[in-house]
Design a protein around this ligand. Structure first.
Ligand code: FAD
Length: 432
């Protein structure tokens, strides 16, 4: 190849495509290299796509994009082996224009997004893996090496949007591999079911969708979460757990998923479905402290490659898009100013600090350590809450004052009230 571009982007996920769109619209000569057969072919996502960030880039995108369902109901289920304490919210307002969020299948959505970026003027080359960076003798990044004969491509700016397996970010000297407590391992199945069955089982109107996030016994009390999302004619069903907990417990997420399929709250929802897709992937979950330096001379790192996911709120694609957009804007400024050194590219990290992306990651910076050190939240409290709810809802001939006293006695036997108050206060301090 040995060609020259203003900007080369590695990876055509939401981060790389967002950067590419901004750059192409800004008149830059931009090349996106993607190792997959097509954008979306290598990507794993539970499937909730948030409207706001992409709407800023492609206003009203959902009217033509291949979305699966518009989400009108979101649920949290705290599971014990045979019960569930549930909490959720449903409103038809989320189906109104503009909606809040959607389910998508990345194998359909990413090619659509990529086409928009190509229409804006970017060049996309697929089936091409970038294997190295080119540095000049002063150590600044001046291009990439694609894994094909004569694969050097030179650029004023390189944007790494390579996702969680950030080998090039590591080669750039910006990051070591994720530590065991900085990433979760997730598995996901797509389970085919007829459209009417999905709508009946989840109580949905045509086109409407629901999400369920499951904690507690869903991950055998380990730090992580399971999910069940409705697509048009399938369900996205998966579970992710902090790698450290998997290693110490000797369990693997696939066993957890199979176990969860038997849970009475889950079994009937997926019954009769056929697994048509299976995937596994890491999710960076180390919070703010695990984020590498996001730039150096001639280079910026965006999206999952930079650890930009908010596990508590299962947000990742939106953070990827915002970081890609800002990196694209800063690259345009650098090109216009004729200075693509750190002096200008540092604006990317500075601007990201002012957005929800790094503000939220700072907020949850110590969430993993907190839940790691306080396993009672995912092991003991679900069981305790389940007992309380069972007693509360069970109608017998016990007068309500006595029932109330019984519940308090039951709780105190298992955990002193002062301890519960302290736990709640500590959680509020850690993530509130
Ligand atoms: P990716 O989407 O991973 O894209 C990176 C791209 O780079 C890939 O296409 C890859 O093929 C390509 N690539 C990598 N290396 C090279 C190379 N050397 N050369 C060329 N190409 C390369 N987020 C949400 O918002 N909502 C959810 O519901 C949600 N659920 C999730 C569930 C699971 C199980 C997982 C694993 C993640 C989930 N996420 C979710 C997170 C979300 O998927 C990511 O945050 C998002 O995809 C990050 O986008 P990205 O562009 O940074 O990386």
């Amino acid at each position: 190849m040995a060609e020259r571009f203003d900007v080369v982007i590695v990876g055509a996920g939401p981060a790389g495509l967002s950067a590419g769109l901004v750059l192409a619209r800004g008149g830059a000569n931009v090349l996106i290299l993607e190792r997959g057969e097509y954008p979306g072919s290598k990507n794993v996502m539970g499937g909730v796509l948030y409207r706001h960030q992409l709407d800023e880039l492609l206003p009203g995108f959902w009217r033509e994009a291949p979305i699966e369902r518009t989400i009108v109901e979101q649920n949290y289920w705290l599971l014990t082996p045979d019960a569930a304490v549930t909490f959720g919210y449903r409103t038809p307002r989320w189906a109104d224009d503009p909606p809040n969020n959607f389910t998508v299948l990345r194998a359909k959505f990413d090619p659509w997004f990529a086409k928009k970026v190509e229409e804006a003027g970017a060049t996309l080359i697929t089936r091409t893996t970038v294997v190295d960076l080119i540095h000049d003798d002063r150590g600044r990044v001046v291009g990439v090496v694609a894994g094909r004969p004569e694969g050097e491509v030179y650029a004023d700016v390189v944007i790494l949007a390579e996702g969680v397996n950030n080998l090039l970010t590591q080669k750039a000297g910006l990051h070591d591999d994720w530590a065991m407590d900085e990433a979760a391992l997730a598995v996901k199945e797509v389970i085919e079911l007829p459209r009417e069955k999905i709508e009946d089982r989840f109580g949905l109107e045509p086109g409407q969708g629901a999400t369920v996030e499951m904690l507690g016994d869903a991950t055998a009390g380990m730090l992580g979460m399971a999910f069940l999302y409705t697509n048009k004619e399938s369900l996205s069903f998966g579970v992710g757990v902090l790698v450290k907990h998997l290693v110490y417990s000797g369990m693997n997420p696939n066993d957890l998923l199979e176990r969860l399929k038997q849970h009475p709250k889950v079994r009937k929802l997926i019954e009769g479905g056929k697994v048509i897709e299976y995937s596994a992937k890491l999710i960076p979950e180390g919070g703010y402290k695990a984020i590498p330096r996001l730039f150096k001379d001639g280079l910026m790192v965006v999206g999952d490659a930079a650890g930009l996911t908010n596990a508590i709120h299962r947000e990742g694609s939106n953070l990827a898009m915002t970081s890609g957009r800002i990196a694209g804007e800063v690259a345009l400024e650098a090109l216009a100013e004729g200075d693509t050194s750190s002096r200008v590219l540092c604006r990317y990290q500075q601007r990201l600090e002012e957005t929800y992306v790094l503000k939220d990651l700072r907020k949850y910076n110590h969430a993993n350590e907190f839940f790691d050190a306080n396993p009672q939240f995912l092991r003991d409290y679900p069981e305790l809450l389940s007992q309380v709810m069972r007693e509360f809802f069970t109608v017998d001939s016990t007068p309500k004052w006595d029932k109330q006293a019984k519940i308090v006695r039951m709780v105190r036997q298992q955990r002193p009230l002062w301890r519960i108050a302290y736990d709640l206060y500590a959680m509020w301090r850690a993530i509130g």
